[in-house]
Each structure stands twice: as C-alpha cells, then as structure tokens.
Design a protein around this ligand. Structure first.
Ligand code: PGD
Length: 759
C-alpha cells in the first residue's frame, strides 16, 4: 500500500499498511515531530476497541431513569438497527415529555483532528437540526478561566493568543524570557486540529543560542528544556501572583515602572498601585512579603525585577496557572507586570498568554478561513460553563454566579456525549459518578472502552480517524491536510456522521442533518470555503481533487499587524476590545460584580489547596496534575509512547527524594496517593527536578476504580482526578481548577491487580 497523508492533534503524518501492520512516518517538513505518533500504530486493533453497539442491562430491563448501577452494570451487545430504534424513541420521548432543554449536548472533548468528523461538531449539528437544540457548554477545560477574564482586561482569547507572531518574536528579539509555568515542550507538541510544524523547540533553542536568558518559574524543572534555563525559581505552587506582586512592588519602589506607558495605554493603574503599596489593606506587597509566600528569596525577587526593567523582557503565563482556584489572578497580574515594564507591543517584549501551552499559539495567523462544518441553530438558550457539569446534574434548579450573571442549572434528563472523556477530564470523579447516576439516559459514542462508556446506558462504537477520510486544519498552522483513510473500520464501528444520519432518518430529519450529502461531498463543500477565499485574494486556489492528490495545501499568512503592536502604534485607531479600549489594570466591570474571589484588580487571594494553608497539615504534599508527556489527555493511553512513561504499568508519580525518604518510599515503589476525596495507585520516580513538598502525577490514566482489600477503593491506573476538587476557579469564570491539589502518599505492597487501560 502507498503512503497516505493523515493528521492528528499532535502532528501531520503519513501512514501505510504493510503485512497488516500500520507504519507511521512524520511529516517530512516538521522540524520536531511528536513522540506521540508512536501511540497510533497500536490503536486500530487494540483490545479496548468497541466492536458492537451495547446497551446497559439495567436500562434495558427497567427503562430510562436515574440509576446508581451505572458504572457497575453489565452491557448487552445489540444489533445496530435495534439500538438506533431504541435511541430514536428515547430522543422522541425526552423532547415530547420534557423539551430539548432536558438534553445536555455540551459534550466537551478533543476527539480527533479531522474537521468534518469532529465529534462535537457532529453531535451539535445533529441535536440542532434533529431535535431542536440542547443545553450547551461554554469555554474549555484548557483555558476557561482566562477566556472569561481576558475580554474584560485585554481582548478575546482568540485575539490575545492567535493574533501575534510570538514564537518568532521570542526567537529573534527577546533578551529575557520570564516564563511563569514554563514553556513545556510536551504541551507545545499538541494543537486541536493538527500541527504540521512544531516550532517551539527551535524558537527557544535559537533564542538561547543568540544569548537570550530564560527564567523558569515553576515547581517542576522540565517545564522548560533544562539546557535552555538560565535560572530556575521553584516557587511554591499557586503563589505566582504573589511573586509577580513582589516584582511589581520592587519596580515601583525603585522607580522602574513606565508611568508614560501606564498613562497612555492602560486604565486603573492607580487603584492597583494603592493595593500594591498596602494603602487599601495595610499590607505592602513587597519582595519580602512575596518571599514569605512563595519561598523564593527576597534577593532573587529584587534582582529579577531589576533585570526585567533593564532588558527586553517577555513575560509568558501558561494555561496551567489559570486551571486553578483564583486562576484569573496570575493571568491578570502577568499582564499588569508587563504593562508596568512598558514593553507591551514591542518586538520581543510584553505579555503572552498560552505560549508553549498549545502548539499553534504564537505562530502567525492565517490569511484565509479554514474548512468548518456548520452546526445549525440551537433554539435552547440555557448553557453552563463547561467545568460545572457535575454541579448541573446534581443541582437542577439551583442558581449560581457566572461572569456577572445569575444562572440556573437546567434539569437534565439525557446526556449525549461524543468525542470526549469526562471520566478523564472532570474533577472529583466520585462526585461525577453520583452526577452520572441522575439522568434518565446517557448516550456515548466512542471508539474505545473508556471509563465514560462504562457509565453510559447506550454505547455506540465510533470509527477512529484512520478509518475515514477527513480534512485536518488548525488555526495558525500553515497547512491543511488531506486525511486519507488508511484502514477499514474494525468490527461494526461507524463514523459519528453515519450514526447521526441513521438517527436523523428515524426522526424524519435526514435532509436537514445531511443536506443530502455524502462524507466526500461534505469534504468538498468544506474545502470550498478556503478555496473561495484564496480565489477572492487572487492566490493559487487548487481544486479539491488536486488538494486531495497532493495531500496538503499550504495557506498564506495574514499580513495584518499583531494585535498589541498595532495597539501600541496607535491606541485610538487600534482600540482594544475592552470596555475602555485600553489595557484594564483595574476593571470597573469586574469590580461591579462584587466577587470577593475575583476583585476589580489583580490580587493575591489565598487558595484552599496550597502548602501555606491549614489543609496542608492534613495533606502535606502539593500534587501537580498537569498534562502528560506520553499522550494527549487520556487518548491512546495503551500506546507504546504512553506506556513507556509508566512505572509497572501505572501512572508515574514524581516525588522529591527528601519527601520519599521521610515516607520510606524508594524509586519504583507502588504508592497510594490519597486525600479525603479519593485515592489512586501510582508508581514512584524520584526526582530532584521539582520543589520539595510537591508531587507530580499527570492526567489521563484511564479511570478504573476497584475495591481492594486492606487499602479500599482506588483507581488502579493512577487518575489524579479522583483527588482534585470540583469547584470553579472563581464566580467570574467558573473555570476548571484541577491543576493543584493537596494529598498524602504512602507506600503499599504491590497489589494483585495489574494496571490496564481499557480493561
Ligand atoms: P481526551 O482524552 O482527549 O480528553 O479532556 P478530553 O475529554 O478532551 O478525550 C477525547 C475522547 O474522544 C477520547 O476518549 C477519544 O477516544 C475520543 N474520540 C477520538 N476520536 C473520536 C471520534 O471520532 N468520535 C468519537 N465519538 N470519539 C472520539 C481534556 C481536558 O482535560 C483538557 S482539554 C484539559 S486542558 C484539562 N486538563 C486537566 C488538568 O490539567 N488537570 C486536571 N486535573 N484535569 C484536567 N482535565 C482537562
């Protein structure tokens, strides 16, 4: 078989089948292909593939309704036509007895890179065109906190992260990069929709080679390639805002802040300075004050502030810092610190959010629109901030605050999920189990037997991306990719589009859903959006067949100036989309909401889960539940690259030798990681590359709770979301706060039960 072009969230590649084995080759022009490509070959025929539709026994016997047996019940394999009849009848029942507002179709998740078979787009289009809509979710688990804050203070998330060329700016111009949360290469490998050119490693290395300095501020040393770091400040987790305040105070104390910039480009600085100096609360946020909270020496804080003022300084703030209680604050304060340095909008200076957190952030924007699938119109007004899923299911009718509004949780009878794994991505998974016992019916489309499928009533086997044709495209990536089918679907797996088409047929809405088009006809229609835009600009615009034969199409870059350089050149002509048109160091809008957990200017607010708080007496280790190095989220955890990162098949818990010794733990031991919310097993790796008092356990091990004699209930694979707290980052954004949690760790004898994703 010939090589065929294809793509994934972690990189474009080619594949072919030789002697029944899939071979993968990275894109030839990718300067730094992702090791995650090694996970793909095993995926097609892995034993965890779902081969046939299944319905939960209790649902079949008793009909729809709340049921605490979800997650423990057996499944009955069934024929497609029978299951689709059952499901379409249930959809009709829900809509006629209740309304589309009783269906949660928020269905968050990354699914796979192709833009047509993107499962979320398919489920939304189906629910809109065929049942009148659904309760949706807004924002993301990735950057949901910042995406609500940023429009108040700088501009929309898209403008802030996608309308600049930060990577080339860093590579060519920055003298000092102060990276709060680092610039982790593992995260820079991944981008929703694909990434044909991984540019982060080269940008950092080239900058370093020309003498740029990198200050890493993170409890974990490999959040920046170790050979690139010139200084590592391992601040106590959750204290970045305090460190930034200490830096800001030093600037003011030494008269190093840029008053002219603050006057011309910002609003609300004075109220912030009053807080900084302690005029409003009696606490001066000095370097000494910050040293106490962060554990970074006062001298280091003062010296760094001086270096920042005298260098062309780029301040970067990673997504991880805002995936946390009060996660708005480090983002807002990073922006404020950069504004005080007066370098925003200059080459190699200023503030960048999300650089290194997602691969395509910082690449230049594209000059033409990408292919997308229209999703129809949703007639249901209700929505939730995405991370409030369990609150919604457990508290219908309850009110809560979000971004200045009082909202009410809807009463959900049906949950329809395609392309995501909430039993990976949500916090406090035992609580999510209770939440999933509440609806009448839960439907999941999945290629693999993830934990979410075990908590469903109707499980429909979906194809994987290599089993279908599609188009890969991602904002800020210069190529769209012809994703060609590599293998036939396994078992009875069907594309999400095919499943929804059959359901629409039964609901009498086939024409509205499919518009009479096959998959290949849809791909042509979607491609024409990009082609027409190229044509309108007088640029070469190959027809679909040429694009498909070539395997990819290089897109032109936008010639528009970056958001912040344009603003700097003329703040009137290029007003920001904030209420004042300026950078808002204090926001009257946010202040007007009266949220003590997100006041009107950046502030240090003590979280509950941090080493300086009372809870640390009970659970003295700060667990960092960040993105995994071996896979994307929970995807393909059984793959070769992911398995290489495990210890005895379990997720790897990194522990400082000092903390390990105190607990009698050695490298390679199996441990129970626990707090009062739950527990999981993990395999220990000792590491001096992290701050003592911290433990690091990445997300994404497949949730598999088992009751083991002597140690009780544990997730045997090592999913940290059994430990995390399920609260919004604040009332402003209600974002995911799963990054940091307090735990204790104890050594246990290796249990009889082996770890196994997809048991
Ligand atoms: P994935 O593992 O990518 O996780 O959460 P998300 O749910 O996106 O799940 C995607 C699922 O889609 C997989 O199970 C995959 O098999 C399935 N899939 C793939 N292709 C298809 C398809 O074509 N059709 C169908 N039907 N299914 C498909 C990720 C989320 O987790 C994110 S984005 C972040 S940033 C959060 N990070 C953290 C964190 O830092 N700390 C904690 N504690 N928790 C987090 N959770 C969040």
């Amino acid at each position: 078989m010939e090589w065929r072009s294809h793509s994934s969230h972690w990189g474009a590649f080619s594949a072919r089948v030789v002697n029944d084995r899939i071979e993968i080759a990275p894109h030839p022009q990718d300067p730094a292909p992702s090791p995650l490509l090694d996970n793909l070959a095993a995926s097609a025929r892995h034993s965890s593939r779902i081969l046939k539709p299944m319905v939960r026994k209790g649902w079949l016997e008793n009909g729809p309704g709340p049921d605490s047996r979800r997650g423990k019940d057996e499944f009955v394999p069934m024929e497609w036509p029978v299951v689709l009849d059952l499901l379409s009848d249930e959809l009709k029942r829900i809509v006629s007895k209740h309304s589309p507002a009783a269906i949660f179709g928020g269905s968050y998740g990354w699914s796979s890179a192709g833009r047509f078979h993107h499962a979320q787009s398919q489920v939304h289009r189906f629910l809109n065109t065929s049942v009148g809509g659904y309760v949706r979710s807004v924002n993301t688990y990735s950057n949901g906190t910042a995406s609500v804050l940023l429009p108040h203070v700088l501009g929309t998330l898209e403008e802030v992260t996608r309308k600049n060329s930060a990577l080339s700016d860093l590579r060519d111009h920055a003298e000092l990069v102060v990276a709060f949360g680092g610039l982790p290469i593992r995260n820079g490998m991944v981008s929703g929709g694909g990434n044909s050119r991984h540019l982060l490693p080269d940008a950092i290395a080239t900058a370093r080679a020309r003498g740029a300095e990198f200050v890493l501020i993170s409890p974990i040393r490999d959040d920046l390639p170790p050979e690139m770091e010139t200084q590592w400040l391992a601040a106590r987790p959750a204290t970045d805002t305090a460190l930034m305040l200490g830096l800001a105070y030093t600037l003011v104390e030494q008269g190093l802040h840029d008053r002219a910039f603050l006057d011309r480009y910002c609003t609300g600085y004075q109220a912030f300075e009053d807080y900084l100096r302690g005029r409003t609360d009696g606490v001066a946020k000095s370097a000494a004050w910050a040293a106490e909270i962060t554990g970074i020496a006062e001298h280091d804080i003062r010296t760094l502030a001086g270096r920042m003022a005298e260098s062309r300084t780029m301040i970067t703030v990673s997504y991880s810092l805002q995936r946390s209680e009060h996660g708005e604050q480090p983002v807002w304060m990073g922006l404020t610190l950069a504004a005080m340095l007066g370098q925003i909008g200059l080459d190699g200076g200023g503030f960048y959010f999300g650089l290194g957190s997602i691969g395509n952030v910082g690449k230049p924007p594209l000059g033409v629109p990408l292919p997308t699938l229209p999703q129809g119109t949703n007639t249901v007004a209700e929505y939730i901030p995405v991370a409030r899923l369990a609150d919604m299911l457990l508290g219908p009718g309850e009110t809560y605050q979000y971004n200045g509004k009082t909202l009410t949780y809807p009463n959900i009878r049906m949950v329809y999920w395609a392309g995501g794994n909430p039993f990976h991505h949500h916090q406090n998974l035992r609580r999510l189990e209770q939440a999933f016992s509440r609806p009448d019916t839960i439907v999941v489309h999945e290629p693999f037997l993830t934990a979410t499928t075990r908590f469903a009533d109707i499980v429909l086997p979906a194809t994987i991306t290599m089993e279908r044709n599609d188009i890969g495209a991602s904002a800020n990536d210069p190529n769209i990719i012809a994703m060609k089918k590599i293998i036939d679907p396994i078992g009875e797996a069907r594309d999400d589009f095919a499943i929804f088409s059959e359901l629409a047929q039964r609901l009498g809405t086939a024409e509205a859903f499919t518009e009479g088009r096959s998959v290949d006809e849809w791909l042509r229609v979607m491609y024409s959006r990009t082609r027409d835009a190229l044509d309108a600009k007088g640029l070469p615009a190959p027809d679909f067949d040429t694009f498909w034969d070539d395997g990819e199409l290089a897109l032109p870059l936008s010639q528009a100036p970056g958001l912040l350089s344009a603003f700097r050149s003329d703040p009137q002509a290029h007003r920001l989309k904030t209420p004042s048109g300026l950078i808002e160091i204090s926001s009257e809008t946010v202040a007007g909401f009266n949220y003590s957990d997100c006041p009107g200017h950046p502030s240090w607010i003590e979280p509950t889960e941090w080493l300086g708080g009372a809870r640390a007496a009970q659970f003295p280790l700060q667990l960092i539940a960040n993105q995994p190095p071996g896979r994307l989220h929970s995807q393909l955890d059984f793959g070769d690259n992911s398995q290489r990162t495990k210890v005895s098949g379990r997720e790897r818990l990194r522990l400082h030798p000092v903390d390990a010794e105190r607990r009698g733990i050695a490298d390679g031991d199996t441990v129970r990681v626990f707090n009062d919310r739950g527990a999981c097993l993990a395999g220990v790796v000792l590491s001096t590359g992290q701050r003592p008092g911290t433990a690091q356990l990445p997300t994404g091990a497949w949730y598999d709770p088992q009751d083991l004699s002597e140690i009780g209930r544990v997730c045997i694979n090592g999913n940290p979301n059994v430990l995390t707290q399920d609260i919004g980052s604040s009332r402003l954004s209600q974002g995911c706060s799963g990054q940091l949690v307090l735990v204790e760790v104890e050594k246990i004898a290796a249990p009889d039960i082996a770890a196994d994703p997809g048991r």
